[in-house]
Design a protein around this ligand. Structure first.
Ligand SMILES: [Zn+2]
Length: 77
Protein backbone atom coordinates (compact mmCIF):
# COMPACT_ATOMS: atom_id res chain seq x y z
CA UNK A 1 0.00 0.00 0.00
CA UNK A 2 1.29 3.49 -0.80
CA UNK A 3 0.61 7.00 0.46
CA UNK A 4 -2.41 8.71 -1.15
CA UNK A 5 -0.66 12.04 -0.90
CA UNK A 6 2.81 11.29 -2.27
CA UNK A 7 2.80 7.62 -3.36
CA UNK A 8 5.60 6.70 -0.96
CA UNK A 9 5.57 3.20 0.59
CA UNK A 10 3.59 3.11 3.85
CA UNK A 11 5.02 1.59 7.03
CA UNK A 12 3.03 -0.22 9.71
CA UNK A 13 3.09 1.93 12.81
CA UNK A 14 1.02 3.13 15.75
CA UNK A 15 -0.39 6.58 16.32
CA UNK A 16 -2.25 8.54 18.94
CA UNK A 17 -5.72 9.47 17.73
CA UNK A 18 -7.38 12.68 18.92
CA UNK A 19 -11.10 13.18 18.63
CA UNK A 20 -12.42 16.58 19.57
CA UNK A 21 -16.11 16.22 20.36
CA UNK A 22 -18.64 18.84 21.42
CA UNK A 23 -18.74 17.70 25.00
CA UNK A 24 -15.30 16.17 25.49
CA UNK A 25 -11.96 15.24 24.04
CA UNK A 26 -11.02 11.60 23.48
CA UNK A 27 -7.39 10.53 23.09
CA UNK A 28 -6.78 6.96 21.96
CA UNK A 29 -3.24 5.66 22.29
CA UNK A 30 -1.42 2.93 20.34
CA UNK A 31 -3.80 2.87 17.39
CA UNK A 32 -2.47 0.64 14.60
CA UNK A 33 -1.96 2.67 11.45
CA UNK A 34 0.02 2.99 8.26
CA UNK A 35 2.45 5.87 8.26
CA UNK A 36 4.17 7.61 5.38
CA UNK A 37 7.77 8.25 6.35
CA UNK A 38 8.14 10.87 3.65
CA UNK A 39 5.25 13.26 4.28
CA UNK A 40 4.11 12.07 7.71
CA UNK A 41 0.57 11.26 6.57
CA UNK A 42 -1.14 8.60 8.71
CA UNK A 43 -3.83 6.22 7.43
CA UNK A 44 -6.17 3.92 9.32
CA UNK A 45 -7.56 0.72 7.83
CA UNK A 46 -11.37 0.41 7.65
CA UNK A 47 -11.68 -2.02 10.61
CA UNK A 48 -9.49 0.25 12.75
CA UNK A 49 -11.48 3.34 11.76
CA UNK A 50 -14.73 1.53 12.66
CA UNK A 51 -13.26 0.44 15.97
CA UNK A 52 -12.19 4.02 16.71
CA UNK A 53 -15.79 5.12 16.17
CA UNK A 54 -17.00 2.42 18.58
CA UNK A 55 -14.46 3.38 21.24
CA UNK A 56 -15.34 7.07 20.92
CA UNK A 57 -19.07 6.29 21.12
CA UNK A 58 -18.51 4.30 24.32
CA UNK A 59 -16.13 6.74 25.93
CA UNK A 60 -18.16 9.87 25.28
CA UNK A 61 -21.04 8.47 27.35
CA UNK A 62 -18.72 8.18 30.33
CA UNK A 63 -16.61 11.31 30.30
CA UNK A 64 -17.35 15.00 30.44
CA UNK A 65 -13.92 16.46 29.69
CA UNK A 66 -10.92 14.54 28.47
CA UNK A 67 -10.47 10.77 28.21
CA UNK A 68 -7.23 8.96 27.45
CA UNK A 69 -7.72 5.31 26.53
CA UNK A 70 -5.64 2.54 24.99
CA UNK A 71 -6.76 1.15 21.65
CA UNK A 72 -8.21 -2.34 22.01
CA UNK A 73 -9.61 -4.72 19.42
CA UNK A 74 -12.25 -6.20 21.68
CA UNK A 75 -15.54 -4.87 23.08
CA UNK A 76 -14.65 -6.17 26.53
CA UNK A 77 -12.20 -3.41 27.36
ZN1 LIG B 1 3.23 10.52 1.82
Amino acid sequence: MTCYACNYELTQSTATYFAGLKSCMVIIKNVPCLECKRCGEVFYSDPVAERLDEIIAQVKKLVTETAVVEYTDSQAA
